[in-house]
Design a protein around this ligand. Sequence first.
Ligand code: NAD
Ligand code: WQD
Length: 343
Amino acid sequence: MKLNPSKDFLLVTGGCGYIGSHTTVVLQKAGFQVLILDNLKNSKPKVLSRIQEITGQRPEFVEGDIRDAKGLEALFQKYRVSACLHFAGLKAVGESVEQPLNYYENNVQGSLQLFKAMKEAGVKRLVFSSSATVYGQPKSLPLSESASRQAENPYGQTKLMIEHILEDLCRSDLDWSVMSLRYFNPVGAHPSGMIGEDPLGIPNNLMPYISQVAVGRRKKLQVFGNDYPTSDGTGIRDYIHVMDLAEGHLAALRAAFESTGFQALNLGTGKAASVLELVQAFEQASGVKIDYEIVQRRPGDIAECWADPRLAREKLNWSCQRGLIEMCADSWNWQQKNPQGYD
Ligand code: NAD
Ligand code: WQD
């Protein structure tokens, strides 16, 4: 099947969320028609008009749930869909420990319903939002795709289970083409500052926490531990600009039309940054001093994690273009223009 940008729809589940909205912008700019399916559990419909302001085109939108088999059937009957980018899911690690059944139901059961509806409709190209969390505690660094997988919390388990389901599906039917993209730590925002990350309540993740401190919504950052065996004792991660990530999805989509089978790929920069290095980069990019205090380690955190990004470069002809300062500058630009997020 050939990829026909302007004719068919790309179904983007969870397209109102942080990564899905940025990817929608990139897909539309590349000439694709996007149909978003989102239940708005963790996003606001206002993102649709923001996307329209950036791209000049409002994505089609269906408010609905991936767990709703009838709704999915109706959607595939109404729209001609050529491929799906599947972002919809719950993603808070701590919450997943408290509510495992909700996480397995939403993420695993929801994905199963989606894949069944796709199969029924003959749509067999998929780009899936996986996560570096499937590697668990790294045995060696950088992490390559062949590293063993060992999820350490219910959220990570859901990603791992979905990967297994997709591997089996691709083995059972050689027409399927699945790109499972294992994101490292997505940060930043569209350079316009029109769309960005808007977590509900207290941010779980580092960058939104820092930018809420910078804008005055929170008093100070708590740095979770400075006694790790790392250069400055704080945790080390591979932060990736969300626009690089979004462009990675476009490249993966194109690749999904040129190959079949299951392919897992790391989307990361391959560069490591500590918590304090990110704080410093943010201060440099924003000119705002970030107050912080060192507190206990966060249970379940790993010391360090970064990607071997070579396979994605080879398979997708894609690599990250944006550095730490640009990630911080764009996060700050979004936060400054939208101190309360989309509200
Ligand atoms: P997000 O919460 O901003 O976006 C997810 C979207 O999916 C939200 O708009 C939410 O309303 C929607 N959704 C959730 N359950 C749904 C359901 N049952 N039916 C329909 N819509 C539903 O999250 P994000 O940061 O944009 O992440 C997107 C995907 O990438 C998720 O699958 C997440 O697990 C994965 N991921 C995220 C990160 C990260 O750090 N942000 C890292 C690795 C992987
Ligand atoms: C980064 C570093 C913290 C907040 C999580 C999920 C993972 C993936 C991405 C979806 C760590 C430190 C953080 C704070 C801090 N999501 N930190 N103070 O933990 O690498 O990954 O998001 O798949 O599954 O686990 O990201 O941004 O929470 O933390 O000191 O207030 O910042 O200890 O070293 P993490 P993070």
